[in-house]
Design a protein around this ligand. Sequence first.
Ligand SMILES: NC(=O)C1=CN([C@@H]2O[C@H](COP(=O)(O)OP(=O)(O)OC[C@H]3O[C@@H](n4cnc5c(N)ncnc54)[C@H](OP(=O)(O)O)[C@@H]3O)[C@@H](O)[C@H]2O)C=CC1
Ligand SMILES: CC(C)(CO)C(=O)C(=O)O
Length: 312
Amino acid sequence: MKIAILGGGGAMGGIFGGYLARAGNDVTLIDVSKAAVTAINDNGLTIEEKDGSQPVIKVSASDNPASVGPVDLIINFVKCYHTEAAVRAAAPMIAGDTAVLSLQNGWGNAPRIASIVGEDRVLVGLTYHGGTLLAPGRVKHPGSGMTYIGELTGKPTERLGKVIDVFRAAQIETTQSERILDEVWKKLALNACTLPVAGLLHLMSHELVAFEGTKLLMAAILKEVVAVANAQGIALDYDERWAAITGLLEKAIGGKASMLQDVEAKRQTEIEVINGAIVDAGKRTGVATPVNETMVWMIQAKQAHYLQVKAQ
Ligand SMILES: NC(=O)C1=CN([C@@H]2O[C@H](COP(=O)(O)OP(=O)(O)OC[C@H]3O[C@@H](n4cnc5c(N)ncnc54)[C@H](OP(=O)(O)O)[C@@H]3O)[C@@H](O)[C@H]2O)C=CC1
Ligand SMILES: CC(C)(CO)C(=O)C(=O)O
């Protein structure tokens, strides 16, 4: 399959692009980072795996979508606030039956992409893999997990089946979902609990379950997320999510939450589409979300401070 990965020079784009290229697909990693594009084209992409292996994968990278031409599948792995720019710039790669799949975190990715390419092209997904960008052309892959993909309509289609086959053949464990937006909420619950707490306290993922204070804070965030989801008719169960979240964190040795990576790199975070989305949905449904709102205020203040210092 001919595949382009937007944000392919980053942590997750690199891991997925690398796996798909190694399986024999025609993959191009599209990225605005010239350092990443040059490093990958010159030296290949290195993935530091959890078992200590460090495969170097030969894969093309480019900052020029026009040079790639039409593809079968575009996978969007830029930060959510870069989606519009990245998808607009991807226009030369979209023709015929090209599908655009978001595997990003957060709420609102599908409508953001659909507003540019049209709803018919959009596939929705999410992944429980974790990644850290170490240097241009070098990513760490400390955590593997399930990837879910579905059509917005919920109906299985031939193109969805093909994408899932390609992912599975690339050793990316994938589940086809007929209720993909429920799966998005399940992942959103994990991210709302873990990302701001890691970003504020500078804790590695497994450390989030090592302290009573962080467990109490994450439990309070999760209670609100479940209440907001249930008020919208989304089936989210507190006990199931708590067990899944704490189980994942206990195993995530060496994992660094993407929001902590953003804070350390003094980059804009995705707080608005994570805890901010919970606060917005709470307002729409009349559910109070004071703990999630506090997370938004604190991350926004921290981010405003470092961006201000960086600009001086
Ligand atoms: N890291 C993780 O463990 C996980 C992350 N996710 C989600 O995946 C998405 C990507 O995260 P992650 O891989 O960590 O992010 P990274 O910051 O590591 O990678 C994003 C890449 O996109 C590049 N980029 C920015 N703007 C554009 C553009 N217009 N066109 C093409 N490339 C662009 C960035 O370049 P530059 O740095 O120069 O801006 C960067 O190289 C996020 O939504 C995140 O929440 C999901 C699961 C796990
Ligand atoms: C890897 C994981 C699940 C950790 O919270 C994540 O989604 C992220 O860091 O953005």
